[in-house]
Design a protein around this ligand. Structure first.
Ligand code: FAD
Ligand code: NAD
Length: 471
């Protein structure tokens, strides 16, 4: 009784945990002819993270950067089962995954365990807070869709509270001070987007307040954007200076309070800086399910993320592939890497499917030859030889990453790009790069539907400005 998975006992089952960059890229390219495929993720959609900061200030609407996973799965040769649930436990010995429906509305059955032949582990990472007091409870993050909505609500709330009649002047300055923590690409892009909101819209609607809005970007290291070339770091710093976004390097956040942020300054002094909102973009850390999985292989899983071999097979386990931000490799935790890994695994599964088919054929030929005689026996022997040589020819190559370059939006209709070319890198920054940034992301969006929605949002924002209402 109830919903049953479409199960073909002849086929192997691939369980994909996650519906982000790695999982969606795999699903898109995967030939499901030879497999039962099950996708399990607490989000029943793919989120196009590069445009999340644009959603946070209302340049884009949230639905424009989402792609329901069922849309991605619907054109497959065999039905793909999509389950909205959170993976809770992987048992690599018995090859099972236990998952749970964590949503507000649940049926009587909300936890179950299913077996896999292959597990593609692509659960991504969560926000690293380093256990710094107040970060988890009081700061806004920029990782999930809900974070962008939360930041937008908080930002608009700060402005409306500052506009309250008779508001105290010091309190206005506090409410209008936005602190962004983390000088990685997320922190830079969020600061740039907030600045655009201020210049394009808030100056018109809150002329008396706009000049008092301050954005500070706090970074513990000596420089922002360490993955970009020196020239582009300097370009970003000078653009931020023009935009009046203050960059505080060698400055570390020690605590986030209700109405302030505690900073350790470069000279090691401590300052309690009043602010209305803190946006935390401090990097990634492993999810609990990943830590639990790693803990089952303490001798080989010793790094910060899952250790995989050059074929993306998880060290120590059989039948588990791991991709994206949950792994620890020489590559940066980016969408570019995760999506190339997903596409690579789709090719691996095609090869494995072919190999397993031939192996099955070989088993039946081996059985047939025992009872055959004369000419038939010779024919089967020939077929066995040919099948064996076909199997031997199937070579699965290791994963190879091809870096397409780094791009980031820095506000004021400017972007930076470090692009690899034959004779080294080309570094460019400015308005032309911004147009390139837009077209690159537009073409990377997974579907025509998303491209249309995003292009339409950009046009609407250009004509009518961003929406100021707070939900
Ligand atoms: P994700 O895309 O995070 O996907 C993880 C999936 O697993 C999600 O669907 C999640 O719901 C699901 N999941 C979580 N827990 C469980 C569980 N217990 N069981 C099952 N499923 C689970 N990279 C770039 O290359 N270029 C960019 O411009 C860029 N911009 C970015 C902007 C922002 C604001 C952010 C936050 C990141 C950006 N990145 C960018 C980084 C990029 O988003 C990540 O590297 C990428 O998402 C990693 O892909 P992934 O598949 O490993 O994880
Ligand atoms: P990140 O790890 O790149 O940067 C986090 C920064 O926060 C670090 O520089 C760190 O020094 C700083 N930090 C941490 N704790 C701090 C503290 N207490 N006080 C002050 N500073 C502190 O994180 P991210 O920007 O979220 O990026 C995560 C990954 O996603 C990276 O691999 C990045 O390349 C990728 N990404 C790429 C793009 C893009 O290509 N446009 C955009 C966003 C994210």
């Amino acid at each position: 009784p109830g919903n049953q998975l479409p199960y073909d006992p002849e086929k192997k089952t691939i369980v994909i945990l996650g519906s982000g960059w790695g999982a969606t890229s795999l699903l898109k390219s995967l030939d499901t002819t030879e497999y039962n495929v099950v996708v399990i993720s607490p989000k029943n959609y793919f989120l196009f993270t590069p445009l999340l900061p644009s959603v946070a200030v209302g340049t884009l609407s949230q639905k424009s950067i989402l792609q329901p996973t069922r849309y991605v799965a619907r054109h497959k040769t065999r039905a793909v089962t999509v389950i909205e649930a959170e993976g809770k436990k992987v048992d690599p010995i018995h090859k099972t995954v236990t998952f749970e429906d964590d949503s507000e509305i649940q049926g009587t059955v909300h936890q179950t365990t299913i077996p896999y032949d292959y597990l593609v582990y692509a659960v991504g990472a969560e926000v690293q807070t380093f256990g710094i007091p107040g970060v988890q409870e009081k700061a806004c993050f920029m990782k999930e869709l809900a974070d962008a909505e939360n930041m937008q609500r908080r930002f608009k709330d700060c402005i409306e509270s500052a506009a309250f009649p008779g508001q105290d002047s010091t309190e206005i300055d506090r409410l209008l001070h936005i602190v962004v923590v983390g000088g990685g690409p997320t922190g830079i892009e969020v600061s740039g987007e907030i600045h655009d909101f201020l210049e394009d819209d808030l100056r018109t609607w809150y002329p008396e307040l706009a000049g008092r809005i301050r954005i500070s970007l706090v970074e513990a290291l000596p420089s922002v954007l360490p993955m970009f070339s020196k020239q582009l770091i300097e370009y970003t710093e000078s653009t931020f200076k023009e935009s009046k976004i203050e960059i505080l390097t060698k400055t570390m956040v020690k605590e986030v309070k209700d109405k302030s942020v505690v900073l350790q300054m470069p000279d090691k002094s401590i300052q309690d800086v009043p602010c209305g909102m803190v946006v935390w973009a401090g990097g990634n850390k492993n999810r609990k399910i990943t830590q639990d999985l790693m803990a089952q292989f303490p001798s080989v899983q010793t790094k910060r993320g899952l250790t995989v071999d050059d074929h993306l097979r998880m060290a120590g386990a059989e039948g588990i592939f791991a991709i994206g931000d949950c792994t620890s490799t020489s590559y940066a935790p980016t969408a570019q890497v995760a999506s190339q890994q997903g596409a690579y695994l789709a090719r691996v599964f095609t090869q494995l499917g072919k190999k397993e088919n031939l192996e099955r054929q070989l088993i039946s030929l081996d059985q047939a030859i025992t009872t055959a005689s004369g000419e038939d026996k010779a024919k089967i022997a020939e077929e066995i030889e040919s099948t064996q040589s076909q199997i031997a020819k199937i070579k699965i190559r290791p994963f190879h990453y091809s870096h397409q370059g780094s791009l980031a939006y820095i506000g004021s209709d400017k972007a930076i790009a470090d692009l690899p070319f034959a004779n080294g890198n080309i570094a460019s920054g400015g308005v032309a790069t911004f147009l390139f940034w837009r077209s690159a992301y537009l073409s990377t969006l997974f579907s025509l539907r998303n491209r249309t929605l995003v292009a339409n949002d950009w046009l609407i924002t250009k004509i009518f400005g961003r929406d100021l209402s707070r939900d």
